[in-house]
Design a protein around this ligand. Structure first.
Ligand SMILES: [Zn+2]
Length: 244
């Protein structure tokens, strides 16, 4: 609905950079992992990274936003529509002449493709700090793109690996199995509104009260990652804690 249309208005929250020129059109809207890129015909790119909180909504011009205007981080308007980005932690403009590193080009191989580059994922994982916990490693989009909180928890449960296991304690076969499992789960859910990884539902994610569907053991949760912003679910007995 935006691609091919002329840009009428662009607002980027707290940006000191000049926007695209007069009369440009929108030539692309692409997502790479959680990066969303809007490309204008003069080569300027609006980059947003949505992380956990951000999202884009599309409205007709003049339609009331159904989210707080205070959370607005960017607006891209054509004659008919207004795409509004709310609450994204990263919203920035890139000009074609700029040599600054483009964060979305740092992302690893896409796990949602039919042919996943598992060998390069394995070498990316081998090159990262081996003291990192596997839960953080799986979420690191620079190593492989696609795994969020839900698939991280579901994959670790399916492979019977405790989320706080240091990478050094996980052998190559298990590493590969983790990424293959995540890729299978992601691909089988493409286009599905309701995520399913186990018998039409989820195994452990969000299931603290139900208990483990395999062993009826207790499901534990813990926050981890930068600023403890990520939540992991795991089964106490299927995924014993690594001792070492
Ligand atoms: Zn269990």
């Amino acid at each position: 609905m935006l691609v091919g249309r002329e840009l009428e208005k662009l607002h980027v929250h707290r940006s000191r950079k000049r926007g695209p020129g007069q009369g440009v059109s929108i030539i692309g809207v692409d997502s790479r992992g959680k990066h969303l890129l809007i490309t204008f015909s003069d080569g300027v790119i609006l980059h947003t990274h949505l992380q956990m909180t951000g999202d884009w909504r599309l409205y007709r011009r003049g339609e009331r936003w159904r989210k707080s205007p205070g959370a607005m981080r960017a607006v891209v308007a054509t004659a008919e529509h207004e795409a509004v980005c709310f609450a994204a932690p990263t919203v920035e403009l890139f000009h074609p002449a700029e040599t600054a590193e483009r964060p979305w080009e740092r992302i690893g191989p896409d796990l949602c493709l039919d042919e996943v580059a598992f060998d390069s994922i394995m070498s990316n994982v081998a090159a990262t700090d081996q003291r990192r916990h596997i839960a953080d490693v799986l979420l690191d989009q620079r190593l492989a793109a696609g795994i969020g909180n839900v698939y991280k928890s579901e994959t670790l449960w399916a492979c019977k690996v405790h989320p706080m296991t240091p990478l050094a304690a996980i052998d190559d076969a298990t590493r590969r199995q983790l990424y293959e499992t995540a890729s299978n789960q992601l691909r089988s859910n493409l286009g599905n509104w309701r995520r399913a990884t186990y018998r039409g539902g989820l195994g452990v994610y969000g299931k603290s009260r139900q208990g483990c569907p395999l062993c009826h053991g207790a499901i534990r949760t813990a926050e981890h990652g930068e600023g403890l912003s990520r939540l992991s679910y795991w089964c106490e007995s299927c995924q014993p804690r690594h001792r070492g």
